[in-house]
Design a protein around this ligand. Structure first.
Ligand code: ATP
Length: 635
């Protein structure tokens, strides 16, 4: 138990407001706290990683500076401010410092330039000002120096650590010539400064070398008489036009908000399924098939009926469905999904497809293929309905919701984090479901994403939904923005999904499980990120631990597993389809992951997983034992 380090950490946390999910328990070893890792003998703290835990305010002096054996410090993505305490100079063994995305200010921290073992220093996206000191040159072991998005000014000192491979000073207020030792970095590393010149930017003028900080003079405050008159006429016109536009915009926004609010409240309250009137009036009377088999389909619009597949145990007809109270679950890429509660109490999900491009016969044949796929990790298609105006699919309702909701729902505020073991189990279930589709069903899923991984309430096992629908649609329409982040690069061009593009999408899903980040989801209020590219760039920088979801940091002995799953995910997102593994290989890799403590959970069924088509739902996965949180930590 590193008593002194523990005191230092407690002193730090007691003075810095933070999210309460850290909950460092004083009665257990500091080595088991969230974000803290010690050496093998648990005698000192070696790693402190507290990214994105809402730390606010200054780092108090005489706290972290006392962690004398610290190797890695990550406080990135918080709201820390002020300057870095001088006692950081005592952290002589620090190798990596990640302080980016905070609100630190003041001069370049002099204490950091004394840490001669530093290999990575990231101060980007803060409010640092003043010059970059020459003493940065003391840091001869640096491989990465990130100072972008600050207010650094003056010239760039001539530093040239031999191993420097990543360097960025863009978006500062630097000027003067770029030292030749840094000319090998791309122009983007120097972009958006006041007046930098020399390679890789434009050459400096040899007669007027390195201009002083460009005096960007404000326009004269008191213009001449005539100018003022001219300007004010123009200004008046400009102001009135701008004002008019502004008012118009404001009105539009208000109207938009009102419409949205109305729509929302309409969709929230239970309604009837909004299937077309023709369907309701013309067909309802004839829809009578109970547990019907797909054979002998009725022809002609007036004889359409709800066609059930075997094994669902449902007993209702179209009329019942139309009388059910329906609630919009969401609008997806191929239509809208409703939760329908029938009068006798059965709840199902009805997906109302839009823009189906195939004729009835083809639709029916395709449904027959999909309806016969039975696997415990695939959400079964229970029934379908086809008429000229309406195409409906019926699935079981999964009350525990989707992986997307579990992973991204109400982040930061009173949410229950999704535990590592559960994430692993979901990854395994998704891989099993997808392998079954590929091998036994010979069906491309075509739409793997976290909202299509539905969780079973009993054991957090999961199944893949919305599979195999692509052949029903013309593939000329641009992909829906919510799928974009999962789409393999070749699909964006060819618009054709394949087994290998499914593997890519599953890879993105694995990265999503590991990072907690949603790929390209502008709807979550974040700038979308290209998850595979982001992970690849971070891992390339030997920064692997930084990619993992902050919620996973509380678990011990699982980093090894996380890295293994990360490697599998990264193999799946290879840009070239042929370089991606087959789905069965992916499944086997996940099953054979070298599990630190509970080996059994994943090993049992490599062959079992690819179960024969038409099999029953009765094979049960052995649940993976839940790894405990550190003692004393209540999730
Ligand atoms: N059977 C189901 N049980 C419970 N929730 C479901 C079910 N099917 C879909 N959902 C949820 O309803 C919402 C809307 O689903 P829907 O499939 O229409 O859209 P999507 O998954 O966002 O996109 P896509 O149409 O591309 O699959 C999603 O949040 C999804 O997770």
């Amino acid at each position: 138990e590193p008593t002194q380090d523990k005191q230092a950490l407690l002193a730090f946390l007691s003075q810095v407001p933070h999210e309460n999910r850290l909950r460092w328990n004083q009665s257990v070893s500091a080595c088991s706290w969230v974000g803290v890792r010690c050496d093998a003998s648990n005698s000192s703290v070696h790693y402190l990683r507290l990214p994105g835990v809402a730390l606010v305010g200054q780092i108090p002096a005489n706290t972290l500076g006392r962690l004398s054996q610290l190797r890695v410090l990550s406080l990135r993505s918080n709201r820390l401010s002020g300057s870095i305490p001088p006692d950081f100079s005592q952290l002589k063994l620090l190798r990596s410092v990640y302080l980016q995305h905070n609100e630190f200010s003041g001069a370049f921290p002099p204490s950091l330039t004394e840490l001669t073992r530093l290999t990575r220093l990231d101060l980007s996206s803060n409010n640092f000002t003043g010059p970059i000191p020459f003493s940065v040159g003391n840091l001869t072991l640096l491989t990465g120096l990130f100072l972008q998005n600050n207010g650094f000014s003056g010239k760039i000192p001539s530093i040239s650590p031999p191993g420097l491979v990543s360097f960025n000073v863009s978006n500062n207020r630097l000027n003067g010539s770029i030292p030749s030792a840094l000319a090998r970095f791309p122009a983007s590393a120097f972009a958006n400064n006041i007046n930098l010149c020399g390679a890789p930017l434009a050459p400096c003028n040899p007669f007027f070398p390195s201009p002083a900080p460009a005096p960007t003079l404000p326009p004269p405050l008191v213009p001449t008489q005539s100018k003022r008159r001219k300007l004010s006429t123009a200004a008046i016109i400009a102001i009135s036009v701008a004002g008019g536009v502004l008012i118009l915009l404001l009105l539009l926004v208000i109207i938009f908000l009102l419409i949205r609010k109305r729509r929302k409240s309409e969709s929230a309250k239970p309604q009837k399924l909004p299937v077309s009137a023709a369907t309701a009036v013309g067909d309802a009377g004839t829809s009578s098939s109970k547990d019907d088999v797909t054979g002998g389909l009725a022809e002609g619009a007036e004889r359409n009926k709800l066609v059930f597949f075997r094994g669902g145990g449902y007993s209702f007809d179209l009329e019942d469905l139309l009388r059910a109270s329906a609630e919009v679950l969401g609008k997806g890429s191929v239509g809208t999904s409703y939760k329908a509660v029938l009068e006798e109490g059965t709840t199902v999900v009805v997906k109302r497809l839009k823009d189906v491009a195939v004729a009835k016969r083809e639709f029916e044949q395709h449904m027959e293929v999909l309806g016969n796929i039975k696997d415990q990790n695939v959400l079964p298609l229970r029934a379908y309905y086809y008429s000229k105006d309406e195409k409906l699919l019926v699935y079981d309702y999964m009350p525990a919701g989707s992986l997307s909701a579990l992973l991204h729902g109400s982040r930061g505020s009173g949410r229950t984090p999704l535990e590592w073991d559960n994430r692993l189990r979901i990854a395994l279930s998704a891989a099993r479901g997808l392998a079954h589709l590929h091998v036994s069903g010979n069906v491309v899923h075509g739409n793997i994403k976290s909202s299509n991984i539905l969780v079973k309430q009993e054991n957090l096992d999961a199944c893949v939904s919305d599979f195999g629908l692509n052949p029903l649609f013309a593939n000329s329409s641009p992909p829906h923005h919510r799928i974009m982040g999962y789409r393999a690069p070749e699909v964006l061009e060819t618009r054709k999904v394949t087994f290998k593009s499914d593997v890519y999408s599953l890879g993105v899903l694995l990265l999503e499980l590991l990072t907690g980040k949603a790929p390209n989801q502008a709807s979550l209020g974040e700038e979308g990120i290209d998850l595979p590219r982001w992970v690849q760039s971070v891992v390339r920088e030997e920064w692997t631990a930084e990619v993992f979801d902050v919620e996973l940091m509380r678990y011990h002995n699982v980093e090894e597993e996380m890295v293994q799953l990360l490697q599998i995910g990264m193999a799946c997102v290879a840009t070239v389809p042929d370089q991606r593994p087959e789905m069965q290989q992916v499944l086997r890799m996940i099953e054979e992951m070298n599990r630190g403590e509970t080996d059994e959970g994943l090993h049992h069924s490599s062959d079992d997983a690819i179960r024969g088509g038409g099999g029953s739902d009765n094979s049960q996965a052995t649940p993976v034992e839940s790894r405990t949180s550190p003692p004393g930590f209540t999730p």
